[in-house]
Write a new protein. Structure first.
Length: 345
């Protein structure tokens, strides 16, 4: 799409049309713009500018109505100007994640629910990806002379345990050594890291210790599988309450996509810009079920690493300004939460 250069007045009129249409759902005429926006120009001048904006493909008029509505290209232009004028710091988010303590899933679900409540849009928050969770604590317990139980707790709060039934009695001293070694040398490492694998196969250890760690290794593979990336969704209950008839079909397709979480995670990863908030309008979302919707999002994570995305999906006529402010605030709050969590672990 070629860049469009608008005069300051044209840009103001386009912005007013978008905001008025989003608020009222009614085509916007020149008289309405002059009366409600405080534009210091005549209605004939506004009509002329509306005609020019329509010629540029930014506005259209439905049927024989004298009023205009934004096109997808008009929404794109409007969203780009919002992205250019973002405040240096995001605003506050009305959710205290400290109550979630170290439970990442609780924090992510609470964030989606608050986002959807604030915006009346579908909120999606992707969890940290596979392998980024770290080992917080490992416990090796001798239940019976031949029976071990090993428990691993990760930074996301998940617990993986495995019972081993061995062919010969286990030396209690070896069990105590394994607990200390794993918490000294493995705790704090990411489940998907090669360093964790090397610590489980440390060449400087004796054959008894190496063999014992090899026996315990499947637990860490199971913990990694349990940490595969999740998608948290909020707002599905009220999804259809505020829709126009022509939007129902696109939302129905969205609901079908929601049943395929992996597909939606791929859409989010393709749309995500780790450096700044982003907007995707209509056909810019390449998934066929989403081409009549828009997505607004921001990434969250650690200082030098993105862990996930906070996104809102809704009709193309959504309130992009409110959506952008909301995802930025939520992403900022989640970043603070995970920074504290990873620092502790």
């Amino acid at each position: 799409m070629n860049a469009v250069e608008l005069s300051e007045r044209q840009g103001t009129i386009l912005r007013r049309v978008v905001e008025e249409y989003v608020a009222t759902r009614q085509p916007v005429g020149s008289r309405t713009l002059v009366e409600r926006s405080g534009l210091d120009v005549s209605t004939s001048t506004v009509r002329s500018e509306l005609a020019e904006l329509e010629r540029l493909g930014l506005l259209t008029h439905p049927h024989t109505s004298a009023g205009r509505i934004p096109t997808e290209r008009g929404y794109r232009y409007y969203a780009d100007r919002l992205l250019e004028r973002l405040d240096p710091q995001p605003g506050g988010f009305p959710l205290d994640l400290s109550t979630a303590r170290t439970e990442v899933d609780s924090a992510l679900q609470a964030t989606t629910e608050m986002l959807s409540e604030l915006t009346r849009l579908l909120a999606l928050v992707s969890a940290p990806p596979l392998g980024t969770a770290t080992i917080r604590h490992v416990e090796v317990l001798l239940l019976q002379p031949h029976v071990l139980m090993v428990v691993a707790i990760t930074s996301t709060g998940s617990v993986t345990k495995r019972v081993y039934r061995l062919g010969e009695p286990v030396d209690p001293g070896l069990v105590n050594w394994a607990t200390q070694y794993l918490n000294d040398r493995v705790a704090g490492l990411e489940l998907g890291s090669s360093l964790l694998r090397r610590r489980l196969d440390e060449p400087s250890l004796g054959p008894r210790e190496t063999g014992f760690l090899a026996t315990l290794r499947p637990l860490f593979d199971e913990a990694l599988e349990a940490e595969e990336q999740s998608l948290y969704v909020g707002g599905t209950a009220g999804l259809l309450e505020d829709l126009r008839g022509e939007e129902l079909e696109s939302y129905q397709r969205l609901l079908e996509v929601l049943e395929q979480r992996a597909s939606l995670l791929e859409v989010l990863s393709q749309a995500l810009d780790a450096r700044r908030p982003f907007v995707r309008v209509g056909p810019e979302l390449e998934h066929p079920a989403l081409r009549e919707l828009s997505l607004v999002g921001a990434s969250y994570g650690l200082l030098n690493r993105r862990l996930g995305a906070v996104t809102l999906i809704g009709p193309v006529r959504m309130d992009y300004d409110k959506a952008l402010r909301s995802v930025r605030a939520a992403a900022h709050e989640l970043s603070r939460f995970v920074e504290e969590l990873y620092d502790e672990n």
